[in-house]
Design a protein around this ligand. Structure first.
Ligand code: TNX
Length: 503
């Protein structure tokens, strides 16, 4: 028996019924509805097919877009492709996602271009579906970040976490501390060129993200990962703590050890810490948080908290309490890597980001659970499943392996609510981070992100009980995304596991 192929949709919708054949795409097809969504659809159709939809009355078929709050849950939509196309979004985001689904139904065959007939009803499993881009280890400029937003929002991701500072560089201008961008942003890992965002650059990124229904979460990583701060303001940062592990790893990689007050271009972690008992440190944190909050329409500011291996535990906990309190005082909800859950008095409502393994080790699960005990919630980024900077195979040229080697199937087959013993309602959703130690260009970033981000998109969006929510179906649907990525210039990795299709 030959099973029918699933419709080529990723992430899998809540419900989908295939119709009969295709609705041909022609230049007389008219698109109507809210202008932003209509323009986005028309431009994407043209980039893909070369056919420009018309705005004139009287065409043979019509694509009608509209928003109707009665339709379903937030971000949901209903889509029908019959003799016309209709997309009804629960809100503007839902309409945008319906348009993304329609673009996946657009296919070329020997008869030309057409939309596969279907009836789709859809809404997300999790309200939080995030990706992270590390712009500190290597810098990516405004246009590159915009491309990243375009390619990931098409998979229905709705949060973009920007890792704006680390040992190797500081990437956003702060008026009150101007030397950060004067002295600490020029380089990246391996001494490659760096860069930074002016406030206008950053506003441009935030606005572009909003137009694709993505919330930007800025991260300033504290109290560790702060060597670059000490290049501009040495009085704020302790001398580096050189562990045996760091010394051995630096030697193996041929990277120089960190020196207080000088640019660091290796990728060792855990050696830096701001001075916990200096009041100047908290003036710095407050100024930075305030200026970034002013640029941030979204509710969150991420204040880091990972791998402060040189910071004594009591000092770390004290810092976590004060820094999360400052974020709240400046009107935002703090987000922190799970280690900050070690602090008894972490600010109530702080969101934790779990980056331990699928089977938690050591104190990671307890630290994560403490955010929930304090009225907060969790974002799941299990490193051995969700980390986009892990290699696909041992010999893959880009990426690292410390957490795992993650092929597409491993990225697909993890369940974010099964990692920790917390109520399901405490899991806001997922985030897949791309750390950029080994990726110098956006193309290299894309090779690690695509296709695995599509697996995480399905983990975050599709209900566990959706009929097509399984690996065998996913790999076929995923293979059908290749022509869309090619049309948009996305440099995906053509992994062997996937039956890639041409059109
Ligand atoms: C761990 S995961 C880090 C980053 C590195 C990454 C490389 C986490 C919160 N911290 O500083 O870039 O590993 O995979």
């Amino acid at each position: 028996m030959v099973l029918p192929l699933p419709l080529p949709l990723v992430p899998a919708p809540v419900s989908v019924v295939a119709g009969d054949g295709r609705l041909p795409l022609t230049a007389t097809m008219r698109v109507s509805g809210p202008s932003v969504a209509a323009d986005q659809l028309a431009s994407a159709v043209e980039r893909r097919s070369g056919i420009r939809l018309s705005a004139a009355e009287g065409g043979e078929a019509e694509i009608r877009l509209r928003v109707d709050p009665a339709i379903s849950a937030a971000e949901g939509y209903a889509l029908t492709v019959a003799d016309d196309v209709e997309i009804v979004g629960a809100d503007d985001a839902g309409l945008f996602y319906g348009v993304q689904t329609l673009l996946q139904l657009l296919r070329e065959d020997d008869g030309g271009w057409g939309f596969l007939r279907a009836e789709v009803a859809d809404q997300p499993r999790f309200g939080r579906r995030g990706v992270m881009l590390d712009v500190a280890r290597h810098f990516f400029d405004v246009d590159e970040v915009k491309s990243f937003i375009d390619s990931t929002s098409a998979l229905k991701f709705n949060h973009l976490h920007l890792h704006l500072s680390d040992d190797q560089g500081w990437r956003i201008h702060i008026d009150a501390w101007p030397k950060l961008t004067e002295l600490s942003s020029a380089t990246s890992v391996d001494g490659h060129p760096g860069g930074f965002y002016t406030k206008d650059d950053y506003r441009e990124i935030v606005a572009h993200a909003a137009s694709r229904h993505m919330v930007v979460i800025p991260e300033i990583d504290l109290p560790g990962h702060t060597h670059a701060i000490g290049v501009a303001y040495p009085e704020l940062v302790e001398a580096p703590v050189i562990s045996e592990g760091l010394a051995a790893e630096s030697e193996r990689l041929g990277q120089a050890l960190p020196v207080h007050g000088r640019t660091y271009t290796g990728w060792g972690v855990g050696h830096s810490s701001v001075r916990i008992h200096e009041e100047r440190t908290y003036e710095f944190v407050r100024d930075v948080v305030r200026e970034i909050a002013e640029l941030t329409p979204g509710p969150y500011i991420h204040i880091g908290g990972d791998e402060s291996l040189g910071t004594p535990q009591d000092d770390f906990d004290l810092f976590a309490e004060r820094a999360t309190a400052i974020v709240i005082e400046e009107g935002k909800t703090p987000v922190a890597w799970h280690e900050m859950g070690s602090a008894d008095g972490i600010a109530e409502g702080t969101v934790g980001q779990y980056w331990g393994m699928k089977v938690p080790r050591g104190s990671h699960a307890a630290e994560a659970a403490h955010f929930v005990e304090r009225g907060g919630a969790l974002i799941m980024s299990a490193a051995d499943a969700a980390y986009l900077d892990m290699k696909y195979t041992e010999d893959y040229p880009l990426g690292l392996t410390w957490a795992a080697v993650i092929d597409v199937r491993t990225a697909y087959e993890w369940e974010p609510t099964a990692v920790l013993a917390v109520p399901d309602a405490a899991i806001l959703g997922i985030e897949a981070p791309l750390w950029s130690e080994t990726t110098r260009t956006l193309g290299e970033v894309e090779q690690l992100v695509f296709p695995r981000a599509a697996a995480h998109a399905e983990v975050g969006w599709s209900p566990q009980e959706a009929p097509e929510r399984n690996w065998e179906s996913f790999r076929v649907r995923l293979g059908a995304q290749a022509p869309l990525w090619k049309a948009e210039g996305v440099e995906f990795h053509p992994a062997d596991e996937i039956p890639w299709s041409d059109r």
